[in-house]
Design a protein around this ligand. Sequence first.
Ligand code: ADP
Length: 371
Amino acid sequence: MSIKRVGVIGGGQLALMMAKSAEKLGVELVIQTPNKDDPAVTIAQSTIFAPINDAAATATLATRCDVVTFENEFVDLAALAPLAEQGVCFRPSLEVLSPLLDKYHQRCYLQQIGLPVPKFATLENVSEPWQFPLVLKSRRHGYDGQGTFIVKDADTLHQLTNAGKKTSFLVEEFVPFVKELAIIAARSPNGEIVTYPVVETQQKNQVCHRVIAPADISTELTNLIQEMAGNLLHNLQAVGIFGIELFLVGDRQVLINEIAPRTHNSGHFTLDACEVSQFEQHLRAVCDLPLGNTSLRSPAAVMINLLGYEESENDYLVKRQQLAALPNAFVYWYDKKTSRLGRKLGHVTVLLDSNTDAEEVAQIIESIWYV
Ligand code: ADP
């Protein structure tokens, strides 16, 4: 069956950035998202305005498309299950999402298939006195570091867990990483798997600020990470794009921090720096088309998130023009109507030759944006 309409649960910037690829592949996007101002509403063929976890709305979405995919994993799997039983085609499937949506379940799954993860436990089952700092994470609905706390002492731990009495928490060791890395990988329904170059991600206060492609790591490490990504997608029998975040400890140990079952911020550089972007690749996978070439088109690239630094309705046009005037720069603006602290408003990717320092370029961009 040739797939012509893809339903997307979630209408944020990840859905918005699928638009160009959808057009290229001759596919229409139908979106389920709560607000009329959400970024992807303007590019959708049609939109169902409803919360992400509204399964009745997804039933309607499914009547308008051939396959349903996700740009946001805050869905209610139990409520979606009857739809899958009635024949709605979810890609990735609900079985694939099931071990991934809760951070504790995800850690258990990764451990079970032999992939390395930090030491972890549920808050209720912390059996031994753990050393501080430790990391406390809400098991569900965390994003951009919200719900992740680096806890330095017992008092703070009590305060946080008392304040979040209704939240289920995961506790894990604080990993003294040298670098954070990430890899984007895709799998098609017939089992074809492709991986993108491993990147370095740089976080401040648990929020991603910069991505450098490729990461400055050994070929052995790159091969190991690509192999881990391939094993994971094969084990899951996943379909679509997956973002995998990792910690590099010392110079050769890697631990998996998190799996995102969708396109991912660490892959935005692929829009300009790779032959086929993560957004096109995701659509290729969910539409059962042959997967595309993941190679870099320039020796390197740096991606800087444009994060909100104030409450405002400014569209920052002048700054965007200044950024776009930089050599080899590509500016993406998500058209969110309001800015607030830490909100992802857009990003810039700069293609680099082998002599240009990513750090210098990142500083120039940040000095324009955050002034
Ligand atoms: P989110 O799902 O909100 O992105 P993550 O679990 O990915 O949250 O954590 C966000 C950031 O917090 C990570 O990129 C890393 O910088 C830091 N972090 C998370 N877990 C740990 C850990 N166990 N040890 C050290 N730093 C961590």
